[in-house]
Design a binder for this molecule. Structure first.
Ligand code: 0O2
Length: 234
């Protein structure tokens, strides 16, 4: 009997009956981000986001994270103790655009800012740079605390293209086993992170100079338009 219930437990999503709402939360949030993105693009002629990706943390990853954080593996841990069941990553061309996105997100109606971490001004020791926001979205759905309407958390990561490619490479190191030369790789990654940060700052300065020449704070950039990455579970 116990065995059967364990098996059933494994088959059921950790998000339980709240699973279907997560995609709606993700869509609502990306929709709200797109509203200010399109407005600023139209009014100011700048693309604050080069591309973005969005995902619902997979059942397996969320279970693994609960265990890693010493939490019971259940919907409450997944949706209320942990705050990244819904994740959005916004990638910008320039550091100033990252911070402008942060400002705009703070102004979105129906969103409460729960926590912010500035790993750009305060880079992690390994060289990781990114801006993290935990937000809570008011929804028309019930939540696991019994609120109806309920509130759902989401994690928004904001960074430049350079920071993003670095994070993707460094992430691979974490999940690869039996790597030789780890010490050298870690040191090289740190060197690259610092060089990329310096290049990001130079790029920002060059853009400011170009706009200054045009006699405006922000200029109209030629753009390939919004490049939306598929949203899914991962
Ligand atoms: P996964 O599997 O990618 O989702 P906290 O409890 O807030 O103190 P937490 O939850 O680690 O600590 O929050 P933090 O530091 O804001 O990190 C959130 C996410 O940012 C991580 O989620 C990673 O996705 C990413 N991240 C943080 N640090 C690094 C880093 O050094 N390198 C890379 N590549 N990514 C990083 P998870 O759940 O740890 O991992």
């Amino acid at each position: 009997m116990v065995k059967l219930s364990n098996m059933e437990d494994e088959k059921t999503s950790i998000y339980g009956e709240f699973d279907p709402y997560l995609q709606k939360v993700l869509d609502t949030l990306t929709g709200k981000i797109l509203i200010y993105y399109n407005r600023i693009r139209k009014e100011e002629g700048i693309d604050l986001i080069e591309h973005f990706s969005a995902r619902i943390k997979s059942d397996e990853s969320m279970r693994e994270k609960c265990v890693r954080k010493g939490l019971p593996v259940n919907a409450h841990s997944a949706l209320k103790e942990l705050t990244d069941s819904v994740g959005i990553r916004l990638i910008s061309g320039f550091i100033d655009d990252v911070y402008r996105n942060v400002e705009e997100i703070r102004k979105i109606p129906d969103i409460r800012i729960v926590k912010e971490k500035d790993y750009i001004r305060h880079a992690k020791e390994n060289g990781y740079r990114s801006y993290h926001m935990i937000v809570a979205l008011k929804t028309p759905f019930p939540d696991v605390d019994g609120n109806n309407p309920g509130e759902y958390f989401a994690e928004i990561q904001l960074r430049t293209i350079a920071m993003d490619s670095w994070a993707a490479l460094e992430h691979k190191l974490k999940y690869k086993k039996n790597i030789s030369n780890t010490k050298l790789i870690v040191a090289e990654l740190k060197r690259c992170a610092d060089e990329m940060a310096s290049t990001d700052m130079s790029m920002q300065t060059i853009r400011d100079l170009i706009f200054e020449n045009e006699g405006r704070e922000f200029g109209i950039r030629s753009t390939e338009g919004y490049n939306e990455t598929a949203s899914g579970r991962g």
